[in-house]
Design a protein. Structure first.
Length: 576
């Protein structure tokens, strides 16, 4: 029987033998020199480290940087005694870097050098920082005016060769999000492709679909920037990085979740400019705004704001703090996490075992193991503050300390998860707060939602008729303080159309819907009977403050938002 010779198989075996010989030789050299050995086919390349040595210099000296943590850098070398290698090490040492040399094979060096093509678009990065030059970001943002432009830019770059595109795709995706004021970027793998979506004014908007090969490279890039583990694919991970635009630093919080087809990515964009909204511009009705301005000027008490995630509670609390800040008072915040930094205010971040990776990454002295809202609040009180902001009341212990703080000469701001302002009090009772103490401590319970504002360029005037008229009339008739509807046109409203300025959505920007309950004698009486939210609303109706339905309908009749948008956010029949 004739034996057939498989040339391809034989060549593969020879190649494998050659590779093993190269690795064995590198291992021997490392042992003789007292250095570490590395097989870079098993180790991901850190793109930030790669920037430390230009490609031409690296190839000439047969070196390549492949790992960096702060100022500690690992460099792959063929021959550690090479004079050019020593010159490179000396130059980096003079800049304050601590160098660790690792002997590698030629094959490993080729792998790192091949990654230099990925560096052509981001000008400079460091661990956790994606630093886009002012010129680049201004160029992208001047060219990206709509989601259609983003689709074209990303679609064009996806067609380029793999090595040149990943950094630029990420830059365009983030630049586009900043250009159209997106709050989040969602990258979601599906069965056939990967979907890119932006959250614009609270609503997800499809941008485009792209291939899974590109997604795999983009996922690795985002993980690397965010300080996540590249080899972990079946666990949820959280991380963050920053984008520098000139002197401004915009933080990107990244969340990765394993899914049916691959890992899903959400990048939340924390732009300081989006949070810097004056209290007067939040959309708070004039009567309620005047009440709040008086309440935040008081030396003690508590102001609670409630609503679901994404309803703008943090923006409102920060607006309070900016309004009352002065060099004469001390303000301390306990947050989870610190989303935006406020000048002149002491901000601390809660920390538990589940956030251990943040401690390791940040080396932040304000972060401690098991630093909860309750323990943070106790510590804050020892700092002699005038005003305290507690990010959220989640348990009875935090509620009790916050209530006691407001009774002992401190002004306390905090949030609570309830459906409406009336639900604040039953929720606190559930947490074990004494109703008698509660009424002495709480000045105002505020609730809010966010609705999209109609694009002022393309909104269309229509008549209020049919079911819309029934809903509007019913809500307007329930307003106790009739001065709030004097001169209001109840026959006309506006609807969304769509144009270039609003990305054909019909809406641009968001505003708040608000309601509040003040502590008075009527509320104090009803709280003694362990009341429901409905009973509290009835007991405080005489205060004459608009509820969210009424505030929303007035904003509809004034052309600020549409009835369809209002119905998307709240139930006009039952209340919220």
């Amino acid at each position: 029987m004739a034996v057939q010779f498989d040339e391809d198989k034989q060549n593969r075996k020879l190649g494998e033998l050659k590779d093993r010989e190269e690795e064995d030789l590198a291992r021997i050299v490392a042992e003789r020199q007292g250095l570490e050995y590395a097989d870079l086919s098993l180790i991901p390349v850190d793109m930030d480290a790669l920037r430390l040595i230009p490609e031409a210099v690296a190839r000439d000296a047969h070196v390549a940087p492949f790992g960096q943590i702060g100022k500690r850098v690992r460099i792959a070398v063929l021959s550690p005694e090479n004079k050019k290698v020593k010159n490179i090490v000396s130059a980096l040492d003079a800049k304050g870097y601590t160098i660790t040399l690792a002997v590698v094979s030629p094959r490993s060096l080729d792998k790192i050098w091949a990654r230099y093509v990925d560096l052509s678009f981001s000008k400079e990065t460091s661990a956790g920082i994606l630093d886009i030059s002012t010129n680049d970001i201004e160029k992208f943002m001047s060219e990206i005016k709509s989601v259609g432009d983003i689709k074209k830019f990303v679609g064009d770059i996806v067609k380029l060769k793999k090595g040149f595109r990943i950094s630029k795709i990420l830059e365009i995706v983030l630049s586009g999000a900043l250009s159209v004021d997106a709050s989040d970027v969602h990258i979601e793998p599906e069965e056939e492709a990967v979907r890119l979506r932006y959250r614009l004014d609270g609503v997800l908007t499809d941008i485009l679909d792209f291939d899974k090969e590109t997604f795999g490279l983009l996922l690795s890039r985002i993980k690397l920037l965010s300080g996540m583990k590249l080899n972990v694919r079946n666990e949820a991970q959280d991380g963050r990085f920053s984008v520098k635009i000139g002197d401004d630093e915009i933080e990107i919080r990244t969340s990765i979740l394993p899914g049916a087809y691959d890992e899903s990515i959400v990048m939340r964009i924390l732009n300081p400019k989006s949070i810097a909204v004056p209290l007067e511009d939040l959309g708070i009705p004039e009567k309620l705004l005047n009440i709040l301005l008086k309440e935040i000027d008081r030396p003690n008490g508590m102001i609670l704001t409630t609503g679901p995630t994404g309803s703008g509670k943090t923006t409102t609390l920060y607006a309070f703090l900016r309004k009352i800040y002065s060099p004469e008072i001390k303000i301390i915040t306990i947050e989870d996490p610190i989303e935006y930094h406020l000048k002149g205010i002491v901000q601390t971040q809660v920390h538990t075992a589940r956030k251990e990776h943040f401690k390791e990454k940040d080396n932040d002295e304000s972060v401690h193991n098991d630093y909860t809202f309750a323990s943070g609040l106790r510590s804050a009180l020892r700092q002699d503050p005038d005003i305290i902001m507690v990010g959220e009341i989640r348990d009875g212990e935090t509620a009790e300390i916050a209530i006691n703080s407001s009774l002992t000469g401190h002004l306390v701001f905090s949030t609570l998860h309830t459906n409406d302002a009336a639900g604040t009090y039953p929720r606190l009772i559930d947490l074990g707060v004494n109703p008698k103490v509660m009424t002495s401590a709480i000045n105002v319970a505020l609730a809010q939602r966010l609705v999209r504002k109609l694009c002022q360029n393309c909104k269309k005037k229509i008549a209020v008729d049919g079911e819309a008229k029934k809903d509007v009339d019913k809500v307007i008739s329930g307003i106790v303080d009739r001065s709030l509807v004097e001169g209001l046109d109840t026959k006309n409203m506006y609807q969304a159309v769509g144009c270039v300025k609003c990305n054909n959505l019909g809406y641009k920007g968001r505003t708040g819907l608000y309601e509040a309950i003040l502590t008075d004698k009527d509320l104090e009486k009803v709280l003694m009977r362990d009341p429901s939210s409905r009973e509290i609303r009835e007991a405080t109706k005489a205060q004459g403050i608009l509820d969210m339905r009424q505030d929303g309908v007035i904003k509809v009749l004034r052309g600020i938002t549409s009835l369809d948008e209002l119905r998307r956010v709240i139930d006009l029949e039952e209340g919220v």
